[in-house]
Design a protein. Structure first.
Length: 291
C-alpha cells in the first residue's frame, strides 16, 4: 500500500537496516526491502556468519549506503580477550558489558582496538563506510562513545545518535521498562551532542518503540514519523528478518528469549518488502548529511 506522508513529515529521512551480515537469511530480507524502495542504508557486521555473503551481494545493490555496525556484544573478538570479553575472547552480553562499564571495568583502549580492527576489516572489503552505529546501541554507553569519537572524527565518519522524539518518550509512560529506557536514551543523547564533532542524525525512531507487535503497514510508519520537525534529519531504524534456519542455528536455545524481537523483525520485513511505503519523503543516506 502506498500513501503520501503528511506535510509535517521530515524532509530528510534515512532508513537504515541494522544487522547486515548477521546471517544470509537476514541479508536476503535487507536486500529485498532495498529493492522494494524502502531502504537507503544498512550497517554491516564484519565478523558474523553472514558477512562474506553480504559483501558478495553488495555489488548487485548499488546505491545502498553501507556503514559499520560496530559489534562488541555478540560473537567473538578478533583482537583477543580483553575487558570486553570473557577469558576465551567471546564478547560479553549487552547487560554484562553495561554492568562492567558502570563499575569502571571497561578499558577504553580495548574499545579503540576493537573499533580499529573492525574498521580495517570493513575497508578490506573495498567498501567506503558512510557512517557508524553499533549493535544494540552500545556506542551510547559513555565509556564506549568517548573511546570511539576520536577515531570517528579522524575518519570523518558520521554517527548515529539514539535520540527518540519527545512524544515517544512521553508515550512510553504506560510501559515502565520502556519509559526508563527512553529517558535514559534522551539523557545519553544530550551528553553525546556535547561531545560529538561528526555529522549525526537529529532524531531516531523504530517500530520497537511501539506497543504494537505487528502486523505493520504504511500507516504504521506514517504514525511513527508524524509531527517531526521538517528541518530534522530523521533516522528510521529497521530490522527486516527472514527467520531462516541460519538464524535459529545462530541463537540455538537462546532464540526463545529473542522471540518477541524476532517476531517484530519478521513483521517489519512483511510490511516493507512489497513496494514503496514512504510516499514523497526525501530518502537520503548519512553521506548526504551536511556538516
Amino acid at each position: 500500500m502506498r500513501i503520501l506522508l503528511p506535510r509535517s513529515m521530515p524532509q530528510q529521512l534515512i532508513i537504515n537496516a541494522d544487522d547486515l551480515g548477521l546471517c544470509p537469511s537476514v541479508n536476503t530480507a535487507i536486500f529485498d526491502v532495498f529493492r522494494a524502495g524502502n531502504l537507503t542504508s544498512a550497517t554491516l557486521m564484519v565478523h558474523m556468519p553472514g558477512t562474506d555473503d553480504a559483501v558478495r551481494r553488495l555489488k548487485d545493490h548499488p546505491g545502498l549506503g553501507i556503514g559499520l555496525h560496530f559489534c562488541i556484544t555478540e560473537g567473538r573478538s578478533h583482537v583477543g580477550p580483553s575487558t570486553l570479553t570473557d577469558a576465551q575472547g567471546e564478547f560479553r552480553s549487552r547487560r554484562e558489558l553495561v554492568r562492567a562499564a558502570l563499575r569502571g571495568k571497561i578499558d577504553p583502549n580495548d574499545v579503540q582496538r576493537e573499533l580499529e580492527e573492525q574498521l580495517s576489516c570493513f575497508k578490506s572489503f573495498g567498501v567506503t563506510p558512510t557512517h557508524a552505529d553499533s549493535h544494540q546501541h552500545i556506542h551510547m554507553v559513555p565509556v564506549v562513545m568517548d573511546a570511539m569519537l576520536p577515531i570517528l572524527q579522524r575518519e570523518s565518519l558520521a554517527m548515529r545518535v539514539v535520540d527518540p522524539p519527545t512524544r515517544m518518550v512521553w508515550g512510553s509512560l504506560g510501559r515502565p521498562r520502556k519509559t526508563v529506557k527512553q529517558f535514559l536514551s534522551r539523557s545519553l543523547a544530550r551528553r553525546a551532542r556535547k561531545r560529538v564533532r561528526v555529522r549525526t542524525n537529529d532524531v531516531l525512531v523504530s517500530i520497537h518503540d511501539l506497543d504494537d507487535a505487528g502486523p505493520y503497514n504504511a500507516a504504521t510508519y506514517a504514525g511513527l514519523l508524524r509531527g517531526m520537525d521538517s528541518d530534522a534529519v530523521v533516522e528510521l531504524v529497521v530490522h527486516p528478518y527472514i527467520l531462516g534456519e541460519d538464524v535459529k542455528q545462530l541463537y540455538g536455545a537462546g532464540i526463545v528469549a529473542r522471540q518477541p524481537f524476532l517476531d517484530r523483525c519478521v513483521a517489519e520485513y512483511e510490511a516493507l518488502r512489497h513496494g514503496p511505503v514512504f510516499g514523497d519523503a526525501q530518502l537520503i543516506t548519512f553521506a548526504a548529511i551536511r556538516p
